[in-house]
Structures are given as C-alpha cells and as structure tokens.
Design a protein around this ligand. Structure first.
Ligand code: ATP
Ligand code: MG
Length: 443
C-alpha cells in the first residue's frame, strides 16, 4: 500500500482548512492547503503530494474540475472527496472519475483518518509525542521572537493540555484574539469548537440568552428554543472578549457556570452540564475594576487561573521588522503585487514609532503601503506623525519617576486650593489621611 504523508486539502472554507490541517498535523501527517482550484493545481505541479482531499462546491471553480484534471494528468494521485451536498448520482460519477473515498460534511476527525487509511498506509505519530512539541519559539501565525513574546509563548504552552481558565490582558490590537485562537487550536481540544463572543457588542438584555440559550416563549421575540454560546462550545473553548462589559448579574451567572459546570437557559428550570474552557480578554485594568466594585472579585479569580499579559508592540524588541516582512509578504501575495522594498531609514523610523494601535495598526499600515507605495517604500510614504519620535534626551521630555511626578501634581493641586488639604484630597479622590501620609513619605 502506498505510504501517505503529504496531503493537499482544497476547500474554499478557510476555517475548515485550518481545522483539518491541524487534525492531520496532530497525527504526524504533512498537510498543505489551498482555498481554490487554480492554486491547488499549481501546488500539485510543484510539490510532492500523496493524497488530494477536495471539496466539491466551491466559489469560482468547482472541485469536479480539479478532480477531472488530476485523474487525467496524475492518475496515480488518490483523491478523497468531502462534500456538504451529498448526491448519489454525482457520487457515482466521481467514483468513475477515480475518486477513492467520499465523506459527507460534517464528519468527525476519526472518519477522515480511517478514510485516509483505507487509501494508503499512514505512519501515525502517537499523541505522547505531540506533547513534546516545543512552542517556546512561537505558535503558527504568531510572529515574534522578542524576549517578551518568548516569555508569553512559554506561558501559553502551559495552557495546552488542560482546561484552566485563561485571562488575557493587553492593549488594543496586541493580538488577544489571535492568541486565544492559538491556545484553542494548538490544545488537545482543538477538534471541538472555538466560539468567540464579544461581550461588549451584545445588548445587556440579550447577553444572558446569547450565552446560555433560551426556551421558546421565555421572552418576547423568543420564537423557538435556542442554544446559547456555551452549549455550542461544548467540549471546546468559549472566548469571552471584553469581559469587563458584563453586568454584575451576568457575572454572577458566569460564576455559577465555573463552579457547577452547568448552564440554565433563560426560561428553563432545568440546568444542563457543559464542559467548556473559558478564555476571557480585556484591555482594561480589571483589578482596579474589582476594587471599584464593578467586577466581581470571586469571578476575577476564577477566570484568572492562568494570566497572559500581552506586551505592547513598542515593548517587543526586534519584532516590528519581523512583522513588517510578514505582512508585506502576506498582502503582496493576496493582491498579486510585488513585495515592496523598504529603505533603511523607513525601517528605522517605523522601529522607533510607538504604535499606539499595536499590531493591528502596523498590519493596516503595511496593507496600505503594499497597495499604494509600489516597489519601493521611502520616507515620503510615511505619514508625518510616525516620523515624530519621542526624543528621551530632549529637556522638555525629561522623564521623572512616578513618585516625583505624583509629588509635583499633589503640590499643584494643593496650590490651586490655597493649601486647603480637605479640598485637595477631594480633587485627588483620596482621603486626608492618605494625602498627609503621601506628603510625609515624599518629604
Ligand atoms: N504576533 C502577531 N503576528 C501576526 N499577526 C498578529 C500578531 N498579533 C496580532 N496580529 C494581527 O493583528 C490584528 C489584531 O489582532 P487581534 O484582533 O487579535 O487583537 P486584539 O488584542 O484582540 O485587539 P482588540 O483589543 O482591539 O480587540 C489581527 O489581524 C491579528 O491577526
Ligand atoms: Mg479583540
């Protein structure tokens, strides 16, 4: 029997490509993917492929064309078809064209593997070996090799074989969602769903039913029973983005899910067991919300078994250049344009820029450059605000310690109140005793 190792998967659904490719990789196979027929043919012509797995219904050119092409030009290449629209006649037609196996979507990972093993022999790598994968150098699709990112990868690695809750904190655009996805898809639960929920975008009165589901008639507009996000994520991961946007009422219900591992749909008196890992994210200082009474302390501890602090882009030494190269290549390929060359002075400028919008800002900027700047990127392509770097050595930007800055500010407030300590304490939102102590401490 033919040994199968390199597998080309063709489907226009990128999420499915990602899922299948991770499943096959997990078994020690070597998948490549393509989301369209033209690229697939190009790959078959230029690299070793032991098995072709293809979808049938695809936007643009359909899978039958690819199968016809392969059976004509590569009669020895086995073909496995997967389709969401089973149809006996076309199945027979496909078999006549040389298709060996036919799977109906959706199918469990084991079915795919057994179909592959009916076509050829496979050297399956045992799951024990999987644990030896070393992620300290990075995760697929996450660019970065600065010390801060490597530290992050080390902590991420500790989340992969368990279902401990993970709380991700980082400025906007630092990659919180990307990291949540990587944790799910690299974990041993990756074949179960990853369900992202933006808590900030769901109106308060709907969030409970969105999360936990509802029964028909439980409120106006509930025209049928509906599963909530927790049930949809069963066995996998729910990603609660902007977690601080939940009301105290919803927080109490989340706490219950964590404690009892069950949910109660709106309008139901019966609870259901769920087995879901919760990854939550915020760009706010959640601890200070806890101390202000806006976020439940007990929930905070439950959500924060593993905490990941994503560094701002300006704290990642050397990564800006890596990301520029990565995004230039990515967008050039996407638009069929040449990869632009950056003048050295441009790279220096971009490295020194503070990137308040972090990786997202850099990504959008490079996307624009690829389309607008042409082959070469020079200083005239860089907007003025990116050129104004913060000069630490200039006297007007003199840095002082936080203590010193605080003291200066307290003095200013005191002066404005004519040295009235009560008024000053009011403005500073601290009590008089704290103010007195601060002044004493700082001499
Ligand atoms: N290290 C990285 N390597 C490659 N791409 C990245 C990296 N970090 C972030 N990105 C990309 O930057 C964009 C923003 O990332 P993401 O949406 O995960 O950020 P976020 O922290 O969730 O932002 P927000 O707080 O605004 O929701 C995405 O397109 C993501 O793919
Ligand atoms: Mg996000």
């Amino acid at each position: 029997m033919k040994l199968i190792s390199e597998i080309l998967i063709v489907d226009d659904n990128i999420d499915l490509l990602e899922l299948l490719s991770r499943q096959l990789k997990g078994k020690g196979l070597v998948p490549t993917t393509s989301n369209n027929v033209m690229d697939a043919i190009d790959l078959i012509e230029h690299q070793a492929v032991d098995l072709l797995i293809s979808d049938i219904k695809m936007s643009k050119i359909g899978g039958e064309q690819l199968i016809r092409y392969v059976s004509e030009h590569y009669p020895d290449l086995p073909i496995l078809v997967m389709t969401g629209y089973p149809d006996v006649n076309s199945a027979v037609e496909l078999m006549k064209m040389g298709v060996s196996e036919y799977l109906i979507k959706p199918f469990p990972a084991e079915d795919l593997l057994s179909a592959i093993m009916r076509i050829g022999s496979v050297e399956i790598r045992e799951p024990e070996e999987e644990k030896l994968v070393d992620y300290s150098a990075g995760f697929p699709g996450i660019i970065g090799s600065s010390p801060k990112m490597i530290e992050l990868f080390r902590t991420m690695e500790k989340t992969l074989n368990n279902k401990a809750t993970v709380l991700i904190n980082g400025e906007s655009g630092t990659g919180k969602e990307l990291i949540a996805r990587a944790i799910h898809y690299e974990s041993k639960f990756s074949s179960a769903p990853f369900v992202p929920v933006n808590c900030g975008a769901i109106p308060e009165q709907l969030i409970e039913s969105e999360l936990f589901g509802h029964l028909k008639g439980s409120f106006t507009g509930a025209i049928g029973d509906r599963k909530g996000f927790f049930e949809s994520a069963d066995g996998g991961t729910i990603f609660l983005d902007e977690i601080t946007n939940t009301s105290l009422g919803v927080q109490a219900k989340l706490l219950r899910v964590l404690q009892e591992k069950e949910i109660t749909p709106v309008g139901s008196s019966q609870s259901k067991k769920v087995d879901v890992r919760i990854i939550s994210a915020t760009n706010l200082d959640i601890k200070s919300l806890v101390s202000q009474g806006k976020f439940r302390e007990d929930l905070f501890y439950r959500l924060n078994v593993i905490s990941l602090n994503i560094p701002a882009l300006r704290q990642r030494d050397g990564d800006v250049i890596k990301l520029i190269n990565y995004f230039s290549a990515k967008f050039s390929k996407e638009h069929g344009l040449p990869i632009p060359k950056f003048e050295k002075v441009v790279l220096n400028t971009l490295e020194n820029y503070a990137w308040p919008g972090n990786v997202r800002e850099l990504e959008n900027f490079i996307h624009r450059l690829v389309i607008l700047a042409g082959n070469k990127v020079s200083m005239s392509d860089v907007p003025t605000y990116m050129k104004m770097t913060f000069d630490i050595n200039s006297p007007e930007n003199e840095f002082v310690s936080l203590e010193e800055h605080q003291l200066k500010y307290i003095k200013r407030v005191l002066k404005s109140t004519g040295n009235n300590k009560s008024k000053a304490a009011d403005i500073l939102k601290i009590d008089r005793k704290t103010l007195r102590n601060k002044l004493k401490d700082m001499g």
